[in-house]
Ligand binder design. Structure first.
Ligand code: ZN
Length: 95
């Protein structure tokens, strides 16, 4: 770290101190460092991480079927196969 000049050295020191504070629960940061950056007070529990990731799973897309041609269509969408919506023809489809 001696090769770094000025601000970079200070930033690196901040980072190291923050890491040390994270792995040592309850350790107080020096005032000038705690004002410089936010440091989590304690570790996130595995439970909390799991709760956050509960909605991260990939879900299958919803599928409806066209009333005219029975092709699978995304909901609230004009059928790309026959151009109908809710059983009514609403657009011309090139074939
Ligand atoms: Zn259709």
């Amino acid at each position: 770290m001696t090769h770094l000049a000025g601000d970079s050295t200070i930033t690196c020191l901040h980072w190291l101190t923050a890491v040390a504070a994270r792995v040592t629960p309850g350790r107080q940061l020096p005032r000038e460092l705690s004002e410089a950056m936010a440091v989590p007070k304690r570790k996130h529990s595995n439970s909390r991480t799991g709760k956050r990731r509960a909605h991260d799973g990939k879900k299958a897309p919803h599928v409806c079927f066209c009333e005219q041609c029975s092709q699978p269509v995304p909901p609230h969408t004009v059928c790309p196969n026959c151009g109908s919506y809710m059983g009514r023809k609403v657009m011309e489809v090139e074939s």
